[in-house]
Design a protein around this ligand. Sequence first.
Ligand SMILES: NC(=O)c1ccc[n+]([C@@H]2O[C@H](COP(=O)([O-])OP(=O)(O)OC[C@H]3O[C@@H](n4cnc5c(N)ncnc54)[C@H](O)[C@@H]3O)[C@@H](O)[C@H]2O)c1
Length: 358
Amino acid sequence: MNIQSKVKNYDVVSIADLFANKEKVCASVKNRRPFYFVDRTISALYAQQLQSFVGDNFLQVMDAKESNKEYVKLAEYFNALISHGFTRSDVLVTIGGGILQDISGFIASTLYRGIKWIFIPTTLLAQADSCIGSKTSINFGDYKNLIGTFYPPDQIFIDSDFCTTLTPEYFNSGLGEIIKFHLMSDAAGYDRLQAYLAAPDHREKTILQVITESTLQIKKSYFDADEFDTGRRNLLNYGHCFGHALESATDFAVCHGEAVIVGMGYANLFSVKRGIMTPSKYEEFENLLRPFYPKIDWATIEIDDLVKYLKRDKKRAGPDLTMILSQDIGKQFKLDDLQETEVRSVYSDFVKTYPKTK
Ligand SMILES: NC(=O)c1ccc[n+]([C@@H]2O[C@H](COP(=O)([O-])OP(=O)(O)OC[C@H]3O[C@@H](n4cnc5c(N)ncnc54)[C@H](O)[C@@H]3O)[C@@H](O)[C@H]2O)c1
């Protein structure tokens, strides 16, 4: 897939056996010295292959945790590269999920006002969603993804074999975004999603590659004419308004894509209460989402916290609360007039019917 970005055009390349194909990866940035940022789980799980892939080049192993996306940590990352002699003629190569992508993207966009950057996504969420679209995000205290730039990698290499080692929750996290994009597509996309979900093994390589590519194509169709997120791309926040609040209120115990699944369920119920979605459509969507709802002990979550985080939503436009509501496949709308009383009332109904066990 080739993506025409206003920042720079880039390719997404599917690659088998990535660690045995260093030449292919480096061919795109000939004669540049690679500096590696690698996820700690990857460095442990793939230790031997990684060692021969990286060789004597600079390697920084990082923990994929939200606190490492804090702006106060940035000096550490800049220092790691600069103190090891990184120059404009070198290339940053990131191997990891969305957290390492967000950190690396921000560093890549600002160091020397933009450096070469290769991204090798290793989570399903990063392979099927975050790797494209140019966003880089840094947290500011309690404010998630508040600081950022638009800066895509120069090249993205996807090896779906990485998904074989993901924990069930992080695999489901990727599924959450896959489901979201297909609910935002069209009848053919919805059919593809249902066929995929009906398959006995969601990690099977061939079907995983098909659904990943389909997801990337849908995402591309949303940002092609709105890369900088001033219009239609906003709709991709379907499930994210409540989802982000849930992530923050649980101190990220609920991972991103799983929070999005819950957020879509909440937004759908809100849509029914507003008369936008029919109860039968709600049931249809709920039957699809319910098997993937993570286990949540709602008694430990304060609605006041959720409301506090909803009020901090970057997409909020006025005094009221904002959310993407849904009518049907491919029919999502941004509403800016949500009242706090409604938010609390829908929450109470949503929690009552939330599955008690996984
Ligand atoms: N920039 C964007 O457009 C964008 C879009 C969506 C989400 N995000 C951000 O992405 C982050 C979430 O990223 P994520 O869900 O990809 O995961 P992650 O980077 O948080 O990693 C999740 C966990 O999986 C581990 N891991 C990574 N690859 C693995 C593998 N192949 N096998 C086993 N374990 C592996 C990591 O060590 C970590 O423990 C959030 O901070 C979110 O805000 C960014």
